[in-house]
Design a protein around this ligand. Structure first.
Ligand code: A1D88
Length: 258
């Protein structure tokens, strides 16, 4: 199905929309355009009677989404950082509040903004080769698309603090053990398993599914926590250490933080 998106591939069968984030050379990193395309798609699909559920995955075998596009962090100042983070929050809140089920089918790296995208989805299913992590502190920043709130909510403060502060990636087995993902499957079975899972949900009453999502979300969003995250993310983006972290990544060398 060609809906005029540059970075999203869209397919639909049995009322299930399969959205593939398609910037394979950049490991499906989320640049601004991809974030906007995701938003535009969700707004259109919200009212589409022929869409009952959505699966989000990444193109290729290596990566789900390797985070925000670090090229767009070059010369980012504090004001631009606030705008970037606020926009990401708005789009990911739209996913979390979507009235139809959204499942992340995690086929490889889910890092930084990619893990935050998966966390905003209602359920997560991963292949055995997937890897999860928050590498932001290696860039001199913190997660800025809701991860500091949604990760502890899902796996508890201790594990979340460990993942965010150490930047250590975890495997699919660990993610299952932590409760970060709902299921783990072989990589060639990922989409079939995601479709089976979503099929179970969309066979129920759509009104009840919508109400369940709304009710479950009702108690677990700390709006003040999101505000603090946007504020702290943008403060970090004003530092020399952030500029060093971004330069080091793009120059493929270790960072030298002060
Ligand atoms: C608010 C949100 C904030 C954030 O999300 S901050 C970003 C958080 N994410 C990261 O820091 C992850 C960055 N990526 C990596 O650390 C590595 O990649 C991987 C560990 C995922 C894979 O490493 P390897 O197998 O050695 O592949 P490769 O050569 O590094 O990547 C292939 C190409 O993909 C580009 N790329 C990867 N991730 C990003 C990204 N997040 N933004 C922009 N480009 C990215 C690379 O630069 C390279 O490109 P080329 O082939 O031209 O050298």
């Amino acid at each position: 199905m060609n809906m005029g998106y540059e970075n999203l591939k869209i397919e639909k069968a049995d009322n299930i929309l399969l959205v593939t984030i398609s910037r394979e050379k950049q490991l499906n990193a989320l640049n601004k355009q991809t974030i906007e395309e995701l938003y535009e798609l969700l707004i259109a699909e919200k009212e589409n009677q022929t869409t009952s559920g959505v699966i989000i995955t990444g193109a290729g075998e290596k990566s789900f989404v390797a985070g925000a596009d670090i090229n767009e962090f070059l010369n980012l100042d504090k004001g631009q950082a606030i705008a970037l983070s606020e926009r990401g929050h708005h789009v990911f809140n739209t996913i979390e509040d979507f009235p139809k089920p959204i499942i992340a089918a995690i086929n490889g790296y889910a890092l930084g903004g990619g893990l935050e995208l998966a966390l905003a989805c209602h359920l997560r299913i991963a292949s055995e080769n997937a890897r999860f992590g928050f590498p932001e502190l290696n860039l001199g920043i913190i997660p800025g698309y809701g991860g500091t709130q949604r990760l502890p909510e899902l796996i508890g403060k201790g594990r979340a603090m460990e993942m965010i502060l150490t930047t250590q990636q975890i495997t699919s087995n660990q993610a299952l053990d932590y409760g970060l993902i709902n299921d783990l499957v072989l990589k060639d079975q990922l989409l079939t398993a995601a479709k089976e899972l979503i099929q179970k949900i969309i066979s129920k009453s759509p009104e009840a599914v919508k109400s369940a999502i709304r009710a479950v979300n009702g108690n677990c969003r700390d709006k003040n926590g999101f505000k603090i995250e946007i504020d702290e993310f943008s403060k970090c983006c004003g530092t020399q250490n952030f500029r060093e972290g971004v330069a080091a990544f793009l120059e493929k060398r270790p960072s030298k933080f002060q």
